[in-house]
Design a protein around this ligand. Structure first.
Ligand SMILES: NC(=O)c1ccc[n+]([C@@H]2O[C@H](COP(=O)([O-])OP(=O)(O)OC[C@H]3O[C@@H](n4cnc5c(N)ncnc54)[C@H](OP(=O)(O)O)[C@@H]3O)[C@@H](O)[C@H]2O)c1
Length: 296
């Protein structure tokens, strides 16, 4: 099976490459900057058509949540119009498209976990542009699977785990926001699910397999809880102790607002696809093994 994925150095596309390398029947074609530029959707056409994929995975995005507040047009082109064009190409080629979206499409004022029927109401430019991507994909082809994920980390690229480990090298204590609740998600686990979904939709036209699904690591925490998990795990691998002080969001102002609650329910993915991701603490241990070495 030939899978075309957008992104050449992102967390998810790199994880997908690592997984594809272990699966002889999968040929992964990664397209990205500079030749495939989502902000110039016309650059995608000949590359996608020429690759003759069986499935498209739309992973690349403008992911700088705060910077997007001052680059709304660029973020809209990359997160909205680029994926929209990819979905038109998927429709033209009569193949499915899998698209990664975000928990930040929600406002964060719900009392419980968000499921797929809840109404998005993004509070940031990033969230609005990602929702536009979802909408443009839905409009272009019914043969889509939108997978909303959250708080992505991995040994690759930039993410919260790597930032905490870097800050922990020079600090004994760190203030971390303790009133935003979400689900840390390990990019290699996203890759595992993407591949399983790709295999299924490539072989089965059932409309029940299409639509929007939530895809996050099992369990939930806050950024401060996540940070504590990181430093506990790093400590077991020989790093020095770092204390985490809980602070409210109001004490850490950022250009973009973030939802106070963006916990996503994975029930639909489990019911329809029989898929669930490992608990975030299990995946975090795997990630720390790679970044800090094994427990000592
Ligand atoms: N990271 C998170 O916490 C998070 C949370 C929820 C949802 N998601 C979604 O999950 C998906 C994967 O995220 P990730 O963490 O793997 O992202 P990432 O590590 O930030 O990687 C993003 C990728 O997109 C590429 N890209 C940026 N602008 C582009 C453009 N104009 N044209 C083509 N490619 C471009 C980047 O290329 P360069 O490296 O060359 O810039 C990079 O390869 C995204 O759709 C994101 O919205 C992520």
């Amino acid at each position: 099976m030939r899978i075309l994925v957008t992104g050449k150095e992102g967390q998810v596309d790199t994880s997908l490459q690592a997984l594809a390398d272990t699966q002889p029947d999968i040929e992964l074609i990664r397209i990205g900057l500079p030749e495939a530029d989502l902000s110039r959707p016309e650059t995608l056409d000949s590359l996608v058509r020429g690759a003759r994929p069986d499935v498209i995975v739309s992973s690349a995005a403008y992911t700088a949540v705060d910077k997007a507040e001052s680059e709304a047009d660029l973020a809209q082109r990359i997160n909205g119009d680029g994926p929209g064009r990819l979905a038109q190409l998927a429709a033209e080629l009569n193949i499915p498209i899998l698209h990664l979206s975000t928990d930040y499409v929600f406002a964060g004022d719900k009392d419980g976990v968000y499921d797929e029927d809840d109404t998005p109401a993004p509070v940031s430019v990033y969230g609005k542009t990602k929702l536009s991507g979802e909408d443009q994909i839905r409009a272009a082809t019914p043969n889509h699977v939108v997978l909303r994920t959250a708080w992505v980390y991995s040994p690759y690229g930039n993410n919260f785990v790597k930032t905490m480990l870097r800050l922990g090298e020079t600090r004994d204590e760190i203030n971390v926001v303790a009133d935003q609740h979400g689900c840390p998600t390990y990019a290699p686990e996203i890759a595992r699910a993407l591949l399983a979904v790709a295999r299924k939709v490539a072989a089965d036209a059932d409309p029940g397999l299409r639509g929007v699904f939530h895809l996050t690591g099992e369990g939930e925490t806050t950024w401060a809880g996540f940070a504590r998990g990181i430093f506990e795990g790093a400590g077991k691998r020989g790093r020095k102790p770092v204390a985490v002080n809980d602070i409210p969001t109001s004490a850490y102002p950022t250009p973009a607002s973030r939802p106070a609650n963006s916990r996503l329910s994975g029930k639909k993915l489990k019911n329809v696809y029989g898929l669930s991701l490992d608990p975030w603490r299990v995946s975090l241990a795997e990630c720390l093994d790679q970044l800090c070495g094994p427990e000592i």
